[in-house]
Design a protein around this ligand. Sequence first.
Ligand code: ATP
Ligand code: MG
Length: 428
Amino acid sequence: MSLIQAVRGTRDILPGESSDWQRVEAAARTLLARAGYQEIRTPLFEQTDLFERGIGEATDIVGKEMYSFQDRGERWITLRPEGTAGVVRAFLEHKLYTQGGIQRLWYTGPMFRYERPQAGRQRQFHQLGVEVLGSADPRADAEVIAIASDLLKTLGLSRWKLDLNSVGDLEDRQRYREKLVAYFTPYVAELDRDSQERLHRNPLRILDSKDPRTQAIAQEAPSILDYLGADSQRHFEQVQQYLSNLSIPYQLNPRLVRGLDYYTHTAFEMQVDDLGAQATVCGGGRYDRLVQELGGPDTPAIGWAIGLERLILLLQQLHLPLLATIDFYLVAKGTNAEAQALTLSHGLRQAGFAVELDLSGSAFGKQLKRADRSGAPACLIMGDAEAEAKTVQLKWLASGEQQAVAQSDLLHQTEALQQRLAALREKR
Ligand code: ATP
Ligand code: MG
């Protein structure tokens, strides 16, 4: 009988890899909590209408990538392709705006897009994102960008670049749109098919095309930055000033329009320089019109989303250090020793250590080999002699240094040990 496999474009995150995910999630949680962001969890599926209205029908996501189906009650349902629309829906449904002030929110979880699977591009993938609702202040733009930059830095990624653009407001884009249509019209036959269709419906999207020929033509297209009105101009200049104040380097990219229709003013992307090849790990921007378009009060907003698969793939490719999973690997041989080891492992966990107990009962040699492979900085070894004396051999695996320690010292005088473990973790 043939085995059933995971659906194309989906992946299991196996035990060997999940610690990488946890490390990234933990770093993000810490940073976001420090900045006063609160987590929001919204459903994995929503009414199809939400995405059609919120993302825009002329986008790749809505046009080609959504997982939509009718449920048994004949409602049109879509597996969420991104997080912002659901967050805004919840913001409106629960009238979070009546709480006054600014909502700083973050989310993480799986997203679904019917795309051609390849490295860093899946049909079920994960994003971690932030949304700041209720502020038009350019400081909010700089704040969210700074958080994304801090997160990459905390994870050890130092070589990234930030592309920055402004797509202006509705009026600016109206002016710009006419210029774009005029520019692309003579090339219409050379554009990819999607871009041809978009020429009159949504010419900005052409700048976002991944077709090489279209991209080459778009290189010479007029720049949106030449069509910004005074207010848009001022907002954009302030964002740039704040980024400079924060020592966050950026480069202007007037062709960056992002894939979603609801963006206004600031748009940005962060790419990590993976030993030459570029990978976009973070995309975001301001969406001052979305809340109103979904039927809510006028609420300016800005956010970003990081693609976790791409980020983690990079961390792995760059061999950035992983978290030690456990502090001690505990091996025991002999009837009394094995029984006592169980009690000791339990006590050590209550004292705050991470402990893996070897349950095999195999010879010491085999158990010690497993200790080496476990990634633990130290191994605890117990035979019946140690059990009798209520001690244990503490062996530091990197140096081989070993000594007998009273079990009660391990359990009650933990400070020096914790410090040594922390110092080893620092070094990794
Ligand atoms: P791309 O141009 O690569 O298709 P996008 O503009 O569609 O990206 P966004 O909608 O801005 O991407 O999503 C933010 C981030 O989510 C991306 O920068 C990327 O890291 C990640 N992402 C998007 N689609 C996928 C996917 N199918 N698989 C894995 N990660 C993805
Ligand atoms: Mg895409």
